[in-house]
Structure formats: C-alpha cells, structure tokens
Design a protein around this ligand. Structure first.
Ligand code: 5GP
Ligand code: MN
Length: 323
C-alpha cells in the first residue's frame, strides 16, 4: 500500500495540472474525496480542477466548496490535464465522458470497491470503508495541513459511506480517522445536520407512495420510484431519494432493492443487504458493481415489472447457493 501511494506521489510531483474526477450519480464519499484531494493538491501549489460528469444532488450541492470547486464536464475541455486522478469510481463507465481524456494523460485510480476494474496507469484499490479515508492517507503523506474546512470536507465521506458510523464497514480505522479529523476541527454536527436533518418535505410525501408500491418476496423487499411519481411532487430526477435503507431496516428483510427511474425507461437499481447476502455479485451480473452490502447498476427497459422480477429471481437463485 505504501509503495503504491509513493508512486502516486511520484506522479503528482512530476506535474502542475491535475484533474480530479468523481463518479456519475455522486454520493457523499465521492464529493468528499474529490473536494479533499482538490483542496489538498491546491495547498501543494498545483493547478487543480475537480470535475464530475453529472448533476450534483441538492443535498450535497449546498455543502461548503461544492459549487466552487466541483465543475461540470464542459469546464474541463480546455484544461491541460497532465495527470488525472479518479476517486471512488470502480470502472471507466462510472466517470462518464471524462474517461475519453485518459488517452491524453497519465492516470491514477483511487478506490475502495472490490469490483474495481483497475482502469488507470496506477491503481490503488484497497478495502477501506470510504474512499475519503484513502484521500486522507494520501494528503497526510503529502504533508498537507488540515484546517477546519478541509477536515469537515474529508469527514463527510467517512460519515456517509459508513451510514454515520454504523454499517459493517465501520472498523477501528474509521474511528481513528474520525478522531483525527475532529481533533483538526472536523464538524460532525454540521455534517449530520446538512445530510440527515435537511430532508425536503416533498421527499416524505413521495415516501408514502413508495411504501404503497412496496412488495415482499421472502426476505427480499423492493419498491420503485418512477419519473411520474417524482413529477407528482415536483422533485427533479437528480434529487431522487432512494429509500433503500428504509426497506432494509424492516425486520426479517435481508435484501432491499429500489428501482429508480433516472430518465425515461432507464432505471438505477440500488441494492442493500443486512447480514450475509453479497449484493455486489448481483450488481456485477447486471453490469454494475459496488460492495457486498451496497451495490447497484443501471438498466434500460420499458418493462419495469419484468426488471423487478429478473432481479428478484436472480437474488433468490444466488441465495440458494448459500444453503
Ligand atoms: P447506490 O445504490 O447508493 O447507488 O450505490 C451503492 C454502491 O454501489 C456504491 O458503492 C456505488 O458506487 C455502487 N454502484 C451503484 N451503481 C453502480 C453502477 O451502475 N456501476 C458500478 N460499477 N457501481 C455502482
Ligand atoms: Mn465510496
């Protein structure tokens, strides 16, 4: 691990212009990783551009520095990137059109997904609870000074990817990193207010409809959010909540699935498991990826019912192999 970080530092030392890229459908860990690395490299005196080829969901857009430091794809066309560092993305399709630029620059992949396809010149893929922890290690080795802002931004990803320190990926390194960041001024109360206590009223109204559509098949719970359901409450698709955690929280449920229509007839499928089932295998089977307890994929179809049936049947078949 140390040797890989050292070769990443070697690449960073060689260049001035660095592009830091996050993944499509960004989550808290992704935003945190892009921001923390961008801010860290800026402190080193580099010319850095953070980019995500996707709209930022409302609940993350308001977070400090997001609007200022994370640009959309068009803004990078003229950027003379010598090095591209991808964070929290497990495969090239996850970084959208930015992957086209890998031809023209050296590339580094920093990620914590076991399903990673090693698509960079240097790949640091490790079993951390959050990619933000990996960025913290890199920044520390670069001797970047952590102030209150950088600590809070870096803490965001560690908080969100561990479900605020309660998922099974919450190991001792998480608490050590959190203690270090909080000591440097990281504001966990602010993060939890921004992320957990900031739900638009319309999302709760949508939740009623989501529950009306909920179905069970043995220990599998699933439901969907269609564009029509979003339209009813004037929620833009980029701000679609997934509610998949709520489904998983039901007593007796091992696997929870939410099918969210992202654009007409294109569904993002979010899966979560509670104790033993590996949902990343199902995601990979359908062309996606993720972690054993949280994974997903996207699928184009005009037949949602059939997609639901296919996914549930695949899970049931895989469950047989555990017996
Ligand atoms: P979510 O269900 O919150 O969208 O994603 C859960 C996990 O699965 C995240 O770690 C995310 O990166 C991964 N994931 C979700 N969708 C995809 C996808 O389409 N492809 C890949 N490779 N990973 C995905
Ligand atoms: Mn992550």
């Amino acid at each position: 691990m140390i040797r890989t970080i050292e070769s990443i530092i070697g690449e960073i030392n060689k260049v001035k212009n660095i592009l830091v890229v996050g993944h499509i459908m960004p989550d808290g860990d992704d935003i945190s990783s892009v921001l923390s690395l961008t801010m860290g490299l800026e402190k080193l005196g580099k010319n850095v551009r953070g980019v995500i080829d996707w709209e930022i969901p409302g609940y993350l857009e308001e977070f400090p520095y997001v609007k200022e430091k994370i640009k959309s794809y068009d803004c990078i066309k003229e950027f003379p990137a010598e090095l591209i560092i991808s964070v929290d993305a497990s495969s090239p399709d996850r970084i959208g059109r930015v992957y086209d630029h890998f031809k023209f620059a050296r590339s580094v992949v920093i990620d914590h997904h076991a399903t990673n396809t090693y698509f960079g010149n240097i790949n640091w893929v490790d079993k951390f609870g959050a990619t933000a922890q990996m960025v913290l290690r890199l920044n520390k080795m670069l001797e970047i000074e952590y102030d209150k802002d950088l600590s809070t931004v870096n803490l965001l990803g560690i908080a969100t990817d561990t479900g605020f320190f309660k998922y099974s990926n919450t190991d001792a390194t998480i608490f050590k990193d959190v203690a270090w960041l909080v000591d440097k001024g990281g504001d966990i109360g602010f993060i939890s207010n921004m992320i957990l206590e900031n739900k638009p009223y319309e999302h709760l109204m949508l939740y009623k409809d989501f529950l009306d559509e909920m179905r069970f098949d043995d220990n599998i719970a699933y439901s969907h959010i269609t564009l029509d359901m979003l339209k009813k409450y004037k929620i833009p698709p980029k701000d679609s909540p997934s509610f998949v955690g709520e489904l998983r929280s039901i007593k007796g449920v091992e696997v929870a699935i939410t099918f969210s229509e992202a654009e007409p007839n294109v569904y993002h499928v979010s899966m979560r498991s509670k104790n033993w089932f590996d949902v990343s295998k199902v995601a990979v089977h359908f062309g996606g990826g993720g972690h054993p307890r949280a994974a997903g994929f996207s699928k184009e179809t005009s037949d949602l019912k059939k997609l639901e049936k296919d996914v549930v049947e695949t899970i049931k078949l895989l469950m047989e192999s555990y017996k």
